[in-house]
Design a binder for this molecule. Structure first.
Ligand code: SF4
Length: 328
């Protein structure tokens, strides 16, 4: 049977956009999009759907950029909200001055996502190590809460250490954060290294277990994953019971725009699905036409399966697609 997919059936619900990027490429600073270009990109996103847009920075360790570095950040937020997008800024918080918070309040921003790098660490005496960075972060979160902002915490997950993560979760619960959002990060792109990150699957299943222990209203997940149950009847192996599983949402409801304007599967898988600068800033065109996204739509891959599949060329006939899928 010929399996077909209709790309227009798929609408992004969440896009992470590295809107501020100070990274160097070939010793040249990457050129950010102008305000007008950002508006055009948002218009073409809104043609497809009205997703949540996380205005983010580059997640690499050396990156010092932050969306709040942009002078036009308020214009971008206002414009996005005016066309129905749900705009959220993810910031390390250092630039979140009282003045800026006042402006954000005035324009109706209800929620701020604070990116915690490695500020929250276990301490025998004080529960959390009281470093300068921690104190600043803690102060900021308290202030934001007092001012009525909803707090989300963003975490870059490079190494999976359950004890370290448990302390972060404790902190988030203590602060009554609305959610913890994970960004997976690799040291190397699987497409270049031809390696996949098996450790990530452990993290994904650990997160699923922790979700059960947290307050119902607290979001706790990588944003590019859907958890669910795989029924034994749908299993290729002869499973005797239904089991928990997860699916990669990239190309289905999730996309990632890097600092150069390329659309990727996610932050950690750098295969390029399309380049906004080479496509008249037209997100919709890339979303519908990308071979990679259509390949992911054709398959219900887990995170690991997506990583493995990206180490191989994408097949172009349904039969060979099926063959490769069976092997993954
Ligand atoms: S491969 Fe898919 S599930 Fe895994 S991190 Fe990337 S987008 Fe998320």
């Amino acid at each position: 049977m010929e399996l077909t997919i209709n790309p227009t059936d798929y609408k992004p619900r969440l896009i992470i956009w590295e809107i501020a990027c100070s990274c160097l490429e070939n010793n040249l600073k990457i050129k950010s999009f102008t305000t007008k270009e950002c508006f055009t990109i948002m218009d073409t996103i809104a043609e497809v759907s009205k997703p949540i847009i996380i205005l983010a920075s580059n997640y690499s360790e050396n990156s010092k950029c932050d969306p709040l570095d942009r002078q036009d950040i308020i214009d971008i937020l206002l414009y996005g909200n005016s066309i129905g997008l749900k705009m959220i800024v993810e910031t390390s918080g250092e630039k979140l001055t009282q003045d800026l918070r006042n402006v954000l309040k005035t324009i109706g921003t209800k929620c701020i996502r604070v990116l915690i790098h490695d500020q929250i660490k276990e301490d025998i005496d004080n529960r959390f190590v009281q470093s300068e960075k921690f104190k600043k972060l803690d102060n900021l979160i308290n202030q934001l809460k007092n001012e009525g902002f909803e707090i989300q915490l963003g975490i870059i997950l490079k190494n999976f250490n359950t004890r370290e993560l448990s302390f972060v979760v404790d902190y988030a619960v203590e602060k009554n954060a609305k959610g913890i959002y994970f960004h997976f990060q690799n040291t190397k792109s699987p497409s270049k290294s031809k390696k996949v990150n098996h450790n990530r699957e452990d993290a994904i299943y650990w997160i699923a277990e922790q979700k059960k222990l947290l307050p119902d209203e607290m979001y706790f997940s990588p944003q590019c994953i859907k958890y669910g149950i795989k029924h034994k009847e749908d299993s290729k192996e002869t499973e005797s019971t239904n089991k928990s599983t997860h699916w990669c949402l990239s190309g289905k409801t999730f996309a990632y725009i890097n600092g150069k304007g390329e659309i990727q599967i996610c932050n950690s898988i750098k295969n390029v699905c399309g380049d906004l600068r080479k496509s008249n800033l037209n997100f919709a065109e890339i979303w519908y036409k990308s071979d990679i996204f259509n390949w992911l739509r054709y398959n219900n891959f887990s995170c690991l399966q997506t990583q493995i599949s990206m180490t191989k060329p994408i097949p172009n006939s349904s039969e060979s697609k099926k063959e490769i899928y069976e092997k993954i």
